[in-house]
Ligand binder design. Structure first.
Ligand code: NAD
Length: 384
């Protein structure tokens, strides 16, 4: 069994495994090949990988010789190579067009954003480990771009009032943004459609703004669900009231497998005071504001809006360490004691994350999405 670690695209600073996690594999007799300089931007050098028992190889060597390819972002695999196993975060429900290509190439693709939110899967949950870092970095980034203090300052020259931070979405990223903003001394207000988030928000010393009439999300596995049009209107009005008073807005609202909801309109941004900052962590799935562009900083009037859909990459060492630990735990479900690949489709972790295998779509959610796009999709056989 050979596991290959690919260098990520230019915009990405993380790597799938750092040397410490590689050592855990090589100790168990698994061969690991690392593309030259794959860990450079996460400050893990080639000689550290070698000391952990890995070999440094070219990209072509890894494509051709490794059984399992680890790459956070999807890489085009040369078409003549079939039956490769890929593990990363590929958002198949959003990037649904790629699924057919994977099947045509007989790729076995595991996408870790599709993990079920169960206790057993918690140690593999890349969405949580990476969102937590993104939430922390969002508050730090906002504080550095914001042209005023975050904490209240009383000096001999006069006093400055604390920044007012509005956080939209109190999931893993949002709560970390709340905690970090509070630590920096800001006054924080929060919206979420899941009322269960209220206690977490209050325990961090922030205010939770309740909007009545939220849709029941109790059967959505911890995720938010789409809201009624009436609710959306009511929520928009409440957000408009809050945003007028906010200096910084951190948006994190996501609906699993769908485009992010637009919660902030251009008109609302126009009511913010000059110098205000918006960090949009939902930018990769369209963003929570009308004007967001992913990985781009724009200004609307005198407000700065930063589209930050990949902010975990801004802390590449810790992000890679935690991502790598998640991947190691996931690999335990695929590799048996003898070090061979054993794909057990009866395991819910496997059948939720496996998108394609042997020319078939495995994930039920992806199959459902394909059926809504193309009613003839039923022709593709499912294994389970
Ligand atoms: P997420 O990234 O899917 O969404 C971020 C937040 O946005 C969520 O809190 C969601 O309710 C909120 N949101 C969606 N639409 C909104 C709207 N219109 N207005 C305001 N807020 C909106 O969520 P997440 O960070 O992945 O976590 C969601 C929940 O799942 C959290 O309570 C988290 O603790 C839980 N979770 C459980 C497990 C597990 O059980 N293994 C693992 C990870 C997360």
């Amino acid at each position: 069994m050979t596991i290959g670690i690919l260098k990520e695209p230019l915009f990405e600073s993380r790597v799938s495994l750092l040397a410490g996690e590689v050592a855990a594999l090589t100790k168990n007799g698994i061969q690991v090949w690392v593309e030259a300089d794959a860990g450079l931007k996460a400050f893990c050098m080639d000689d550290e990988y070698i000391a952990s028992g890995a070999a440094i190889k070219t990209r072509t060597d890894i494509f051709e010789g490794a059984d399992i390819l680890l790459c956070i972002h999807y890489n085009e695999i040369p078409f003549y190579l079939k039956n490769k196993v890929l593990i990363g975060v590929y958002q198949p429900l959003i990037n649904i067009d790629q699924v057919e290509d994977w099947n045509n190439q007989l790729l076995t693709v595991f996408s870790l954003d599709m993990l079920p939110r169960t206790t057993k899967a918690q140690s593999m949950d890349v969405l949580s480990s990476q969102s937590s870092i993104a939430g922390y970095k969002a508050a730090i980034l906002a504080a550095s771009v914001y042209p005023r203090y975050f904490p209240m300052m009383m000096t001999a020259a006069g006093s400055c009032s604390p920044a007012k931070v509005l956080v939209l979405g109190a999931g893993v990223a949002g709560l970390q943004a709340v905690a970090t903003s509070r630590r920096l001394g800001a006054v924080v207000e929060v919206f979420d459609t899941r009322n269960e988030a209220k206690q977490d928000v209050l325990s961090l010393g922030a205010k939770f703004v309740e909007v009545e009439g939220t849709a029941d999300a109790s059967k959505a596995g911890g995720y938010a669900v789409d809201q009624s049009e009436e609710f959306k209107e009511r929520q928009k009005m409440r957000i408009a009231e809050s945003i007028k008073k906010a200096d910084v807005v951190i948006t994190t609202a996501q609906i699993f497998g769908k485009k992010a909801p637009i919660l902030v309109t251009a008109d609302m941004i126009s009511t913010m005071r000059p110098g205000s900052v918006i960090i949009d962590l939902a930018a990769a799935t369209g963003g929570n504001t009308e004007v967001t562009a992913d990985n781009v900083t724009i200004t609307h009037g005198n407000v700065t809006i930063i589209g930050a859909g990949n902010l975990a990459s801004a802390a590449p060492s810790d992000a890679s360490k935690l991502y790598g630990k998640n991947v190691l735990n996931f690999l335990k479900t695929l590799i048996d004691k003898e070090g061979s690949l054993t794909i057990d489709f009866a395991d819910s972790i496997v059948n939720n994350t496996c998108i394609t295998h042997d020319g078939k779509v495995i994930s039920q959610m992806v199959n459902n999405k394909l059926s809504t796009i193309n009613p003839n999709h039923g022709n593709i056989t499912q294994l389970h």
